[in-house]
Design a protein around this ligand. Structure first.
Ligand code: TXA
Ligand code: MG
Length: 318
């Protein structure tokens, strides 16, 4: 087991010495190291088994600090940052040469966000370097929303410490945006919803990036067991001689053992479903009595759109 606790000062010391700490955020746990230290960044790529063309998000605690690492901070980006930070949105900004090319996979852009978690903000305040922190899971596996998940992905010796703040409150990753020619481009939908962005973009227009940016691989966020998405009754008929588990939105089904089903929310709350999403995938992936997971899309608005993006990316039926 990786050493786990609530000792922020210990975490700060490890990070200053070039070590790796799993940090809590409101979205998912991050595998953090000094973003300016190439040796530490290399180690993060290596233990995650992440390809070098998939850049790492950087975290700090203030816009003022970010300005030390970017060529400019466009006005439109500042409106979004002021509105949503600390919070689950990441902004792509043109980097200066203090940020190593390794951290951004040779992109001229660096991804920055200020996370909304008191332990992690306290750490970031004490550091004069940003923390590179991709989600603390093996490449393509389920994102971690609890220290136990980090322990399932990594061994003692790979990660020096897990800073424990229990379950993540939002439970899916940040929304990633960039700004180009008066256009706000959404690269990944996450904790901040499309509707919230629309309300706060000022004079910008909005567009969803359909092209794949590095790192937006087709199969992602996936359990080891296969996930099939669609109408549960139909899928059940197709797979009924297999041992089936179901990831249910707000109701269970009577044709399968109750123990093999996990409910995302009892009161049809998309926020609750988001918080429970990865947690439930970890549970289903660990159940011995099932071979495959059936699920269906959740209502496609607000954070439901972000959940549906993750369902699409972890399932077979693209
Ligand atoms: O909520 C989150 O964003 C979490 C927490 C820990 O902050 N982090 C996270 O990191 O989800 P990760 O690495 O699992 O996902 C970040 C995504 C990747 O798909 C990566 O390709 C993209 O952000 N990204 C990072 N830097 C980028 C850059 N410079 N240009 C384009 N995409 C970038
Ligand atoms: Mg990830």
């Amino acid at each position: 087991m990786i050493e786990t606790g609530k000792n922020s000062n210990y975490a700060i010391k490890i990070l200053m010495d070039g070590g790796i700490v799993a940090i809590p955020t409101e979205t998912v746990y991050g595998l953090a190291c000094n973003a300016l230290d190439e040796e530490a960044v290399n180690k993060v790529f290596k233990i995650k088994k992440r390809p070098k063309n998939d850049p790492l998000i950087c975290h700090t605690d203030s816009i003022k600090k970010i300005k030390k690492f970017v060529l400019n901070f466009p006005k439109d980006a500042e409106i979004i940052a002021e509105k949503f930070w600390p919070g689950p949105i990441t902004i792509l900004l043109k980097k200066n040469n203090i940020i190593p090319d390794l951290t951004t996979s040779n992109s001229e852009y660096v991804a920055f966000r200020i996370p909304d978690n008191k332990f992690t903000l306290n750490i970031l305040k004490e550091l004069d370097f940003p923390l590179a922190a991709p989600s603390a899971n093996k490449f393509e596996y389920i994102s971690p929303t609890h220290p136990d998940h980090v322990n399932l992905n990594f061994n003692k010796g790979e990660v020096d410490y897990i800073l424990d703040d229990g379950n993540c409150s939002i439970g899916i990753e940040s929304t990633i945006v960039s700004f180009e020619n008066n256009e706000l481009i959404i690269h990944r939908l996450g904790g901040i919803t499309y509707e919230e962005i629309i309300k706060n973009i000022g004079k910008c227009s909005i567009k969803e990036n359909k092209k794949k940016i590095p790192g937006q691989f087709k199969k992602h966020y996936s359990p080891n067991k296969r996930v099939y998405v669609g109408k549960i009754n139909k899928l059940y008929n197709k797979f009924k001689n297999k041992k089936i588990g179901i990831l249910c939105f707000d109701k269970k089904y009577d044709f399968i053992d109750e123990k093999c089903q996990i409910l995302l929310t009892e009161n049809s709350s998309l926020e609750e479903a988001s918080k429970n999403f990865y947690l439930s995938l970890y549970k289903l992936d660990s159940l011995n009595d099932i071979d495959l997971i059936l699920t269906s899309y959740v209502p496609n608005f607000s954070i439901g759109r972000s959940i549906n993006d993750r369902i699409r990316k972890c399932s077979e039926n693209e």
